[in-house]
Design a protein around this ligand. Structure first.
Ligand code: SF4
Length: 363
């Protein structure tokens, strides 16, 4: 059983459920019944699993083991269809999870805005920690510091809560997951990777529909490359040289660009897979065409694409948003050098749901 404090069955994998079932003197097939009820069927309470004997359910409840789904405390809806959820954990913390119908408005969006039920594909952005310790200078979450890691159950629980709230039918509707909410997933690696397995095996998200973003925790990038089941990799680059990167991302002192790019170069990509480099453009800091030319040199030889994000402004952030023509000029340099580069349309800016804006005390 997982070492973390267990508030419910959510977060246990099939093997752990099998152990639990055997401990209670039940036949092994009960583990499959529990697993299917918790993950693909998203059942909210043990009482609703009528296939299980009453005494077994009662014994689990006596141990304090109900399903343990997370509760949506509040939600804020943006004019563009994006919903920012505040989701409560059992110990009274809240994390943020964002629902973006029609994807994140990136390369394949048609530019139209989606209404509440008017979507054919969507992305859920999940958090991996309460707060974050990485301290990127352009990010509101950084202002919180890190309070604690989320458990695998709490990471999966965010997805289940949103799927249920949006009444998603996984058989018919296409949903992607991005691990890009609050926290650095690679500083909570065991729980993050367990959540990935549960989402793939239990909730039935193909690994190709999941993406994790890291600020550049190099040893974990290597480890992640060896995983049999893993999301796609995105690296939050945000600067073209060490001088600028150290200023806006202190983590660069520990793993400078040469080390980070070496890890990216060695990363074992699957067929047709690319690494995504994310680049938040900060007015007058990292948005010059000369910086774009440095990015071209950095990523040379790596099968990749670059997502450009003009800074989402926020209180307490000391940087400005570059003008649109500056963003376009930056993109041009990359595209002309043969690097796929996309300008990401900000989602839910009005409700503080956009990239780098997640901070539970705002709004
Ligand atoms: S951008 Fe990501 S890694 Fe950096 S401080 Fe914010 S949440 Fe943490």
């Amino acid at each position: 059983m997982a070492k973390e404090q267990q508030h419910g069955l959510l977060g246990l994998d099939f093997q752990e459920l099998s152990q639990l079932v055997l401990k209670h003197g039940q036949p092994e097939y009960r583990a499959r019944q529990l697993f299917d009820a918790i993950y693909p069927q998203r059942v909210a309470s043990l009482d609703s699993i009528s296939t299980l004997p009453k005494e077994f359910r009662a014994a689990l409840l006596e141990e304090g083991l109900d399903i343990g789904q997370l509760r949506i405390e509040k939600s804020f809806q943006s004019t563009d269809g994006t919903i920012r959820y505040l989701i409560a954990t059992a110990d009274g913390e809240t994390v943020e999870t964002v629902w973006m119908p029609e994807g994140d408005g990136g390369e394949s969006g048609d530019g139209t805005e989606a209404g509440e039920n008017d979507w054919n594909r969507a992305t859920i952005c999940v958090s991996s920690q309460v707060g974050c310790a990485v301290n990127c200078q352009f990010c509101l979450t950084a202002l919180l510091g890190v309070k604690r890691n989320l458990t695998a159950g709490e990471i999966v629980g965010q997805v289940l809560a949103v799927l249920s709230d949006r009444q998603v039918d996984m058989e018919r509707q296409r949903v992607n997951i991005v691990f890009m909410g609050m926290g650095e997933p690679f500083l909570n690696y065991p729980h993050f990777i367990k959540a990935v397995r549960l989402l793939a095996e239990g909730v039935r998200f193909p690994e190709s529909r999941m993406t994790v973003s890291t600020s550049g925790i190099v040893p974990r990038i290597h480890e992640f490359g060896e995983e049999p089941v893993r999301p796609k990799l995105a690296i939050s680059l945000n600067a073209s040289n060490d001088q600028v990167r150290e200023r806006i991302m202190p983590i660069n002192r520990k793993w400078p660009l040469a080390t980070l790019m070496q890890a990216a170069r060695e990363f074992p990509l699957r067929n047709r897979e690319r690494i995504t480099f994310e680049y938040v453009l900060l007015d007058g800091v990292n948005d010059d065409p000369a910086h774009a030319r440095e990015v071209v040199e950095l990523v040379r030889g790596i099968r990749c694409k670059v997502n450009l994000i003009a800074l989402n402004p926020g209180p307490g952030i000391a940087f400005g948003t570059p003008a649109e023509d500056r963003v376009k000029a930056f993109q041009q340099v990359l595209v002309q050098s043969g690097i796929p580069a996309f300008i990401r349309r900000p989602r839910g800016r009005d409700i503080y749901a956009a990239c780098g804006q997640l901070k539970r005390t705002v709004g």
